[in-house]
Design a protein around this ligand. Sequence first.
Ligand code: ADP
Ligand code: MG
Length: 201
Amino acid sequence: MEISQTGAKDMPAAIREATGTTEMKQEEEKRSGERILAGFDTEGGLLIETHSPEETYALGEALGEAAAPGQVYTLTGDLGVGKTVFAQGFARGLGITGTVNSPTFTILQIYEEGRLPLFHFDVYRIGDVEEMEEIGYEDYFYGEGVCLIEWAELVEEILPENRVGVSVAKNPEKGFDYRQIEICRRSERASNCGRTAENLR
Ligand code: ADP
Ligand code: MG
């Protein structure tokens, strides 16, 4: 992984701050710190550049290791940008060893073998938010597990106020495998990064 750290903070601390996670074991801290080397702060958030699927996976893994019960992570970005790659790393970081794929045809896939239950949503094919009500999304959003929601912008109106936004974008000028990943915490008190959910899409 390319080293281009411009922020003064060490990465695990930056991840905790950007995601609102307050606790993380020291040993996990060390491990994820070794993996994620390229990153710099945006205003209250974190901007990370990756140059391969493996790096995006490693970023997801570090966030999965740091995740806390009850957190909701939204994953936004165009088709094929790497949301599922990130989700797979995230699952691994939670200690899930089974295969994680996009639950496109089921909306929700539940993984319970990790440190915390993972509720992996992919709402790409959702017709109406009522479908979310039918599966009882509130139990998951406001429960003790961790939610990852691919295509979260499609269910904007039911997203909790407190959440961590992860948006992935390509930049053709920087190469085929380049991705810019912004991690931004939203809360009742403040929308970090000086952004609204609108321009996080
Ligand atoms: P999404 O879930 O956003 O639709 P996927 O994660 O399924 O996208 O697919 C992302 C694709 O982009 C994969 O084929 C992956 O190998 C490729 N890819 C290339 N570079 C990267 C990168 N830096 N990060 C993530 N994926 C990448
Ligand atoms: Mg996907």
